[in-house]
Design a protein around this ligand. Structure first.
Ligand SMILES: Nc1nc2c(ncn2[C@@H]2O[C@H](COP(=O)(O)OP(=O)(O)OP(=O)(O)O)[C@@H](O)[C@H]2O)c(=O)[nH]1
Ligand SMILES: [K+]
Ligand SMILES: [Mg+2]
Length: 399
């Protein structure tokens, strides 16, 4: 029996089983069995490497965004509109068969947008190009789930289920469960809160299913069995997702209003170019990018070419900023001067741990260098030639 048949069989058994106190252990165990099989399913077939032909696109820019959706919802039309890169669009399904990258220029940054083939129910089990599409989605920083506003609301749930089945968790944070495998000592099970979904026995059973007999488990929230399985599997990817309802030109204004009020959703029309600026702003916001402008000592800041950090990837402390410029820079830094919303006063002297905000201006003050002859003149670091921008002319910074 293949893996997919095994999953189907267990799913059928779960559907047959009534949910109550007596069956909860058994159901938990079945969930763990399915999770294990799905992980097996995700292992790339022997002899294959990477995402597959037509899907190996090099990362570019300050972030990567994937367009995911059923066929013919308007993904390619949207890519062409936002990036200027042409991706074939047509009224028939599966027009797009590979991954097509484009670049969005927004707020002095470059975002790589990826158009992908439509995915369908069963994608997680390899239907259509599901496997490749999912691999590319996992490599991106956020997902835009493109939906046809005139079609059933159920599509959003089906797609979410498909992505969950392959370990993607949309708009969720990792469960607050500490889990560590040990060599000896048995299982220690503790919690800091009252648990209503999982008890010690159920936890043991799940761990047993994974053949784990020595481990430390600490629940820091009232988590579920699914959360526990996610933590044990350890391969889940937590991603932000924006639900993009396209084609609002073909539905009534009341329906548009309803869709627009859902969390994490943006309504657009590619045909009428409606609300695309709102979509870009929301995308930018969700990516958590932080632009830092460098100011060489005695010169004006360069407002054309920011160092771009990310809250979610790599962090945005002064240290992260220095490492971004040069990997050996940190040890030469004495302190930095910061202007912007992260500073309490201008300029603020900050250490490596200081957390920078979007649009901060930073000047690096280095430790005394040998060639100074000990006369105490600090050298400052510049990443790019300074130019005086319009913004700068209005509010000159003094040092
Ligand atoms: N009414 C309306 N039609 C649209 C809109 N955006 C795209 N379409 C049409 O929807 C159809 C499908 O568009 P595509 O961009 O090919 O959709 P896709 O999601 O890339 O499709 P696949 O690559 O096949 O998965 C085309 O006929 C588009 O002209 C819109 O805002 N309103
Ligand atoms: K199409
Ligand atoms: Mg397409």
């Amino acid at each position: 029996m293949g893996i997919i048949e095994k999953i189907k069989e267990i799913e059928a058994e779960m559907a047959r089983t009534q949910k109550n106190k007596a069956t909860e252990y058994h159901l938990g165990q079945l969930k763990a069995k399915i999770a294990k099989l799905r992980t097996q399913l995700l292992e790339p077939p022997k002899g294959s490497s990477g995402a597959g032909e037509g899907f190996e696109v090099t990362k570019f820019g300050h972030g990567r965004v994937a367009l995911i959706g059923f066929p013919s919802v308007g993904k390619s039309t949207l890519l062409t509109l936002l990036t200027g890169t042409h991706s074939e669009a047509a009224s028939y399904e599966f027009t797009t068969l590979t991954c097509i990258p484009g670049i969005i220029h927004y707020n002095d940054t470059k975002i790589q947008l990826l158009d992908l083939p439509g995915i369908i129910e069963g994608a997680s089990e390899g239907k259509g190009r599901g496997r490749q599409v999912i691999a590319v989605s996992k490599s991106s920083d956020i997902v835009l789930m493109v939906l046809d506003a005139s079609k059933s609301e159920g599509h959003r749930q089906i797609l979410t289920r498909e992505l969950e089945a392959v370990g993607l968790r949309l708009n969720k944070r990792p469960p607050q469960i500490y889990f560590k495998k040990k060599k000896t000592g048995g299982i220690s099970f503790n919690s800091t809160v009252l648990l209503t979904h999982v008890d010690e026995k159920l936890c043991y059973q799940i761990l047993h299913e994974y053949k784990i007999h020595n481990a430390e488990v600490l629940f820091r929230e009232d988590a579920t069995v699914d959360d526990l399985i996610d933590v044990i599997e350890g391969n889940r990817k937590y991603m932000k997702c924006i639900y993009v309802y396209n084609k609002i030109d073909v539905i009534g204004v009341d329906d548009v209003d309803k869709l627009a009020r859902q969390p994490n959703s943006v309504v657009i029309s590619c045909n009428l170019k409606l609300n695309l600026d709102r979509l870009l702003a929301k995308m930018w916001e969700e990516m958590g990018l932080v632009r830092i402008y460098t100011k060489p000592q005695g010169q004006q800041p360069d407002f054309t070419d920011p160092v771009v950090l990310s809250v979610d990837r790599g962090g945005c402390t002064v240290e992260d900023f220095c490492n971004h410029i040069h990997r050996n820079l940190v040890k030469d830094v004495k302190y930095v001067l910061v202007w912007g919303t992260s500073a309490r006063h201008y300029p603020q002297h900050c250490g490596l741990a200081h957390v920078l905000h979007d649009e901060d201006v930073v000047q690096i003050v280095k430790k005394k260098e040998k060639e100074d002859g000990g006369r105490g003149r600090f050298k400052s670091h510049s990443t790019a030639p300074a130019r005086i921008s319009d913004r700068e002319k209005k509010a000159p910074l003094k040092t």
